[in-house]
Ligand binder design. Structure first.
Ligand code: MN
Length: 230
């Protein structure tokens, strides 16, 4: 069974359940525990999770008034884990803050506060109910994401997603493609073409494990991790 390291946050149950239902064995990892290089020698996949804002100094910007205080240890641990996983082409799946961390770790930047920095933005911060759809996203044709969500899209390109974020990707990191946007232009997914599996999504697919709308994302990720397994 593929061993999946999941970056710890304050509310883990839906991430753990989603990975288990896709056939993976999750372990929680965090700063202060096993070092990234040791973890990567024994796990088959890496998953990054939701959480607070990333320190904007990591992408060379002063903090916006609405940017929350950063967790320096978590930022540093997840940045090291991400860079090492991508260098080694280990299957990697990043959700919400995880996608933002992926983008910053690989050289991109963030919008620090959508409501004050994106004119005409939709509402992207709807905390409850967690598995309630908030807005649509348009998935890029010919992307890995599009292939994984083939049975769940309308018109071959539209998905409805939940949304609990006030930041988003601004300039996408070199070597990555934007693979989903919402109708206001906010970036909602990215991936590294040619990788074993390297996808970030801005929404929270893990909240839908009861009804299974995004099960194919977790299954694709765990399959890639199994394929890599020694
Ligand atoms: Mn959104």
């Amino acid at each position: 069974m593929a061993l999946i390291a999941i970056a710890q946050n304050r509310r883990m149950s839906d991430y753990l359940e989603s990975v288990r239902r896709a056939g993976g064995e999750p372990i929680e990892v965090a700063a202060g525990g096993e070092l990234p290089q040791h973890l990567l020698a024994r796990v088959d996949g890496i998953m990054l999770t939701g959480g607070g804002d990333i320190d904007p100094m990591l992408y060379g910007e002063p903090p916006h008034a609405e940017c929350q205080a950063a967790e320096a240890d978590r930022d540093a641990f997840e940045t090291a884990l991400t860079r090492a996983a991508i260098a080694a082409n280990i299957p990697y799946f990043a959700i919400c803050r995880g996608m933002q961390l992926l983008n910053v770790a690989m050289g991109g930047t963030l919008i620090q506060d959508i409501p004050s920095q994106v004119p005409g933005a939709l509402e992207h911060s709807v905390p409850e109910p967690r598995a309630h759809v908030v807005h649509e996203v348009w998935i890029a044709k010919d992307s890995r994401l599009s292939a994984l969500l083939a049975d769940h899209m309308e018109d071959g390109e539209t998905c409805h997603v939940n949304s609990r974020h006030h930041q988003s990707v601004a300039r996408v990191a070199p070597g990555f493609d934007v693979t989903a946007t919402s109708p206001d232009g906010v970036i909602e997914a990215m991936e590294k073409p040619g990788a074993a599996f390297c996808i970030g999504v801005q929404w929270h697919p893990e909240n839908f494990w009861r009804t299974g709308e995004f099960r194919s994302l977790f299954e694709g990720f765990v399959q890639a991790a199994n394929a890599r397994k020694r």
